[in-house]
Design a protein around this ligand. Structure first.
Ligand SMILES: [Zn+2]
Length: 231
């Protein structure tokens, strides 16, 4: 077995994800031991959080290494039960380097109020620049093989999805950028939630401004691929 602890892409990323976990917990995106993180180490291995860990206070022993078939490399550190979901992204897209799963309450609240809720109502410039349509994946038992099956069709077409009655998952190249997708989606959802009683009076961005923002997104964030460019 390789000594993964001395592997630069293991210990360095543990530090990054400890910081992300702290921020996510402060931002109330994960309570108790909710959520899990992973990252690609090399062609055949990924680092991931250990099952049952509080993401606000992760230590280096709260991370383990699995191969892309899910085989754990540290027998005394049990990987998250949702690791199968993470591995699917690394199998399906070779460019994906990180996967972050959290239980964002306001994002979830909107999907509970309306299972067809569209997170692409252009309320703010940020929402247009950061994500397009956000699919809501039907409920499956957390940790089951059904979640990967249901999310597979979207992996090449967007970067963040809501798991109905469960949480949010984002995937990308860089850890903080991927985390900020979830945090920004939560801020957007909180804004929409606060406006919900007045939703019929909401002033959205005009279509020509949305077009200009979409053009800017294509230019400055070419790696962001979305289901649909149009709002
Ligand atoms: Zn979960």
């Amino acid at each position: 077995m390789s000594d993964w602890c001395s592997h630069k892409k293991f210990s360095g990323m543990c530090e990054t994800f400890r910081a992300i976990g702290k921020k996510a917990h402060q931002r109330a995106l994960c309570s108790a031991n909710e959520g899990n993180f992973s990252w690609r180490i090399d062609e055949w291995h990924a680092g991931c959080t250990v099952s049952g860990t509080g993401k606000g206070e992760l230590s280096e022993t709260d991370f383990t290494v699995v191969d892309l078939y899910g085989k754990n490399q540290y027998p005394d550190r049990r990987p998250s039960s949702e690791v199968l979901l993470h591995l699917l992204f690394y199998w399906q897209r070779r460019d994906i380097q990180v996967v972050i799963h959290l239980h964002s309450p306001y994002t979830l609240a909107l999907s509970l109020m309306d299972p067809d809720f569209s997170y692409d109502v252009p309320l703010t410039a940020e929402s247009v620049l950061m994500w397009g349509k956000v699919p809501i994946i039907p409920f499956s038992l957390p940790g089951s093989e059904e979640i990967p099956q249901n999310i597979a069709p979207y992996i090449n077409r967007c970067q963040v999805a809501v798991l109905a009655h469960h949480g949010v998952v984002a995937w990308g190249i860089e850890p903080w950028e991927t985390y900020y997708l979830i945090e920004a989606l939560e801020s957007y959802s909180q804004l929409y939630y606060d406006l919900y009683p007045y939703r019929h009076q909401i002033q959205t961005l005009p279509p020509d401004e949305v077009d200009r923002l979409c053009a800017a997104r294509k230019k400055y964030f070419p790696h962001r691929q979305y289901l649909d460019e149009r709002y």
